[in-house]
Design a binder for this molecule. Sequence first.
Ligand code: HEM
Length: 348
Amino acid sequence: MASAAVRGHSVVYAPRIQGLLAREEKVFRIDAATVGVSDSRLIAGIVAERPVTATERSVYKPAAGAEIDHDSATRTIRALGQDVMAGILTPPPPVRGLSGAWPYAATGYLRQWLFSADPAPVSLLSRRGVTRSAAFSRVVDRAVAVWPGGAAGGGRTALAERIREASAGQDRRQAIALYRRATATLCDGVAALASNALWLMGPEREPEEVPVDLTAVLWETLRLLPPAWMLFRMGGGAYTELHPEIRPQDNVALFPLLMHRHVDYWEDPLEFRPERWAGVADPEKTPAFMPFGFEGARCWAKHLVVPLAERLLSVAFASRLVISGPRQQAQVPLRSLLSVRFDAGAIV
Ligand code: HEM
């Protein structure tokens, strides 16, 4: 499973990911407190066994000292959906923004495309220079907390409207946190996916060579290099009946990355073959495939991710963007989102 040569170029995984890819068993101990799982049935069983807890959540972990209630969570996703759909229909920013170090260039480009119309200080919440600094983030949070908001609408995103409508205090602080998390999860996730897709398509691709079926390319990318490569469950208490290796005191790490390239589940698992998704009406019904989680804990934003990544890649191809380096052996560092690093530039 470790070899990842695809179309004559390969990735170098961080040593810990490399170590996981070398594991042959589907249930294995990673350390004294963690069991790793890549068995399709067991992963499905674990995901269905209990809902994720508030602290295991990422977007909806508690904010401003309180849990996020269901109503606020669903309204946030609805607002994000409106903003993505509206963004996809607006003209993209100048394509020079896509040149540079990926996936960061793509993250910044998406933020600018979708959220820069928000009035200051809200738009600063998603600006990369700000999100990378805890001190800057606190200053911007405070500015948004006292932001007068003005009249309804006014060309802002639906997510910014959620902040404007929130009453002062905890409501507003939660709306601010959700704006920041939703925009970051979206832009980072879609940038990682697009980065992985560009790499898998290969640096030798001619700039004008646009793949016929970009949707299939993206599903195949979600299989071979899934941005959400590991899901984590704290505590094994609920799972001890499911497998003898799991003890109550264990944490459990579920690995779509390993499951998606296991020879028991896939034909020629290491080959990048978008054709395998041609004509597949609902890829997520495919056994041993869970780029957005299984039934019971499925990603709330999955319907937004693939269309936005597709639009971003179309813009990249239209601007004749190609990978400028490295041509071989790009790095995949150990991060919560799995993403290939490379430089890209437009051919003029
Ligand atoms: C490339 C982008 C994304 C990928 C690959 C992805 C993948 C996933 C996966 C695998 C899960 C299951 C997690 C688990 O069971 O532990 C999940 C759950 C979830 N995702 Fe996503 N996701 C993406 C983007 C987003 C975005 C943009 C949002 C919203 C802002 C979002 C919101 C959620 C929520 C709310 C859950 C359910 C977990 C919970 O209840 O908190 N995701 N996602």
